[in-house]
Write a protein that binds this ligand. Structure first.
Ligand code: URP
Ligand code: ZN
Ligand code: ZN
Length: 465
């Protein structure tokens, strides 16, 4: 579908407004919003959105496509992951270009650009993960904005692989502050986890649930609190990725109450599952192995409250899928060999809408805000993306609020052999998805073309959410 497209009779929903109007799409952007546009403008295609919502496309700022780790590779690449994202109403994502020690940041980014080349169907950007903060790397950080990268990922976990010392964390945050970059942090105490894992293995514990037992909630609470103070000393903002736990959330809330530029994301799956899922029999618990681990019902409830109240700014996925039959089984005899990560890129909007909006935990505006608008603001994409406005990219989702369907691995589009929500009946789903004006999903049909997704040069973070 190219040329001029007119979407008529939909209810346009943004983070702040909901109103009935028509949208004219021209040259990849929203050209006009108004009433009765069919009477005054000519269009090549007219799409009737009666009874549907028209939302800004979802933006998932935490994904790992084609990530080589745990002696294997995450099961979705930049084609299959993008197709799945599109079927879930996500039209833009930000993946992580991980620096290998010894490499430059430019080399890390080149490696990730190569993964997306010729495959992308939706638009994408990169964070760069700094694992080797040599002096020349700190100098090189000045070039990130010209490469469209305005956030740097830092790890306080994964000892011996990605983890930074407190001193290095502080140095990178101070440099980020000078350059207007947003440091984003995996906050778990890697030193403590390393000891607990070795002790558990020595005591003969091998089952998946030991993944959670060796990554206790205090390890996340402590590292979150530490990251906040280290960033404060460095004079930088900080964004905590995949927050799972109520004490970590309390640390974020307290910092925000002090007026600090502290932001946090949770991931959709942490709103639904607990450590008990890691105890499922026949090694099935391995499907739920990810870091940080799933927690308790009290933590889930705290996350829902944090989302509604505003202390959690973003819902992402940390999409990092591994097939159960061929990849999760690498850890059948040792929990620490189970590839860490879960699939969720296709489920994020669907599950958050169902349990959030349909079941009354979140307003429709807040749903749009945490899945699209805030991600766009914090990661330098707004207002080009993250809203429905004249001049914005026509990344749009026509959402059917009444559609009932069942989540199943058999019918999902992620390249992985299980779905965390297998058999759940849910309400609400994308009906049509537009990427810069191109209709890429129409019901069950995929209409996108590999290579049509574009790298997005991100601007400075807008630190308001
Ligand atoms: O289990 C996870 N989260 N795998 C991906 C890497 C990370 O820590 O985000
Ligand atoms: Zn992480
Ligand atoms: Zn991650």
């Amino acid at each position: 579908m190219s040329g001029r497209t007119l979407i008529v009779n939909g209810l346009i929903v943004t983070a702040t407004d909901a109103y009935q109007a028509d949208i004219l799409i021209e040259q990849e952007r929203i050209a006009l919003i108004g009433t009765d546009l069919a009477d005054t403008v000519e269009a090549d295609h007219v799409v009737d959105a009666s009874g549907k919502y028209v939302l800004p496309g979802g933006i998932d700022v935490h994904t790992h496509l084609e990530l080589y780790s745990w002696d294997t590779v995450s099961a979705d690449d930049f084609y299959t992951g993008h197709v799945a994202a599109a079927f879930g109403g996500t039209t833009c994502h930000i993946d992580f270009a991980n620096q290998v020690k010894g490499e430059s940041l430019q080399q890390a980014l080149e490696a990730w650009h190569a993964r997306a080349e010729g495959k992308a169907v939706i638009d994408y950007g990169f964070h760069v993960s700094i694992t080797d903060p040599r002096d020349d790397v700190l100098a090189e950080m000045a070039r990130l904005p010209e490469w469209g990268v305005t956030s740097v990922k830092l790890f306080l976990a994964y000892k011996g692989v990605y983890q930074l010392s407190d001193g290095d964390f502080f140095r990178v945050c101070r440099r980020a502050a000078e350059l207007g970059l947003l440091p984003i942090v995996h906050a778990e105490n890697g030193d403590v986890i390393d000891i607990l894992v070795r002790e558990a293995l020595a005591q003969g514990h091998t089952a998946p649930v030991w993944h959670a037992r060796t990554r206790p909630p205090e390890a996340e609470a402590e590292a979150t609190q530490r990251a906040i103070w280290l960033a404060e000393m460095a004079g930088s903002p900080v964004y905590i990725v995949h927050l799972t736990q109520r004490d970590a959330l309390a640390a974020v809330s307290a910092a925000r109450a002090r007026g600090r530029p502290v932001y946090a994301e949770t991931c959709v799956q942490y709103l639904f599952f607990t450590v008990e899922d890691l105890e499922r029999p026949n090694f099935e618990g391995a499907k739920w192995v990810c870091s940080p681990p799933f927690r308790t019902d009290a933590d889930r409830e705290a996350l829902w409250r944090g989302l509604a109240r505003g202390d959690l700014s973003v819902v992402a996925t940390d999409h990092c899928p591994f097939n159960f039959a061929t990849q999760k089984v690498l850890g059948r005899d040792r929990f620490d060999k189970i590839p860490n990560g879960v699939p969720a890129i296709e489920d994020r909007l669907i599950m958050l809408y169902h349990a959030g909006v349909h079941e009354g935990r979140l307003s429709l505006h807040r749903f749009v805000e945490v899945t699209s608008t805030n991600p766009a603001k914090l990661f330098g994409l707004y207002p080009r993306k993250g809203t429905v406005a004249v001049g914005s990219d026509a990344d749009l989702v026509i959402w059917d609020p009444g559609a009932r369907h069942v989540r199943r691995a058999e019918t999902h589009h992620m390249n992985v052999d299980y779905n965390l929500w297998e058999g759940w009946e849910v309400v609400g789903r994308p009906e049509k998805v537009f990427s810069r004006g191109r209709l890429i999903v129409d019901g069950e049909r995929f209409l996108g073309t590999p290579g049509s997704g574009r790298y997005v040069h991100r601007r400075a973070p807008l630190l308001s959410p």
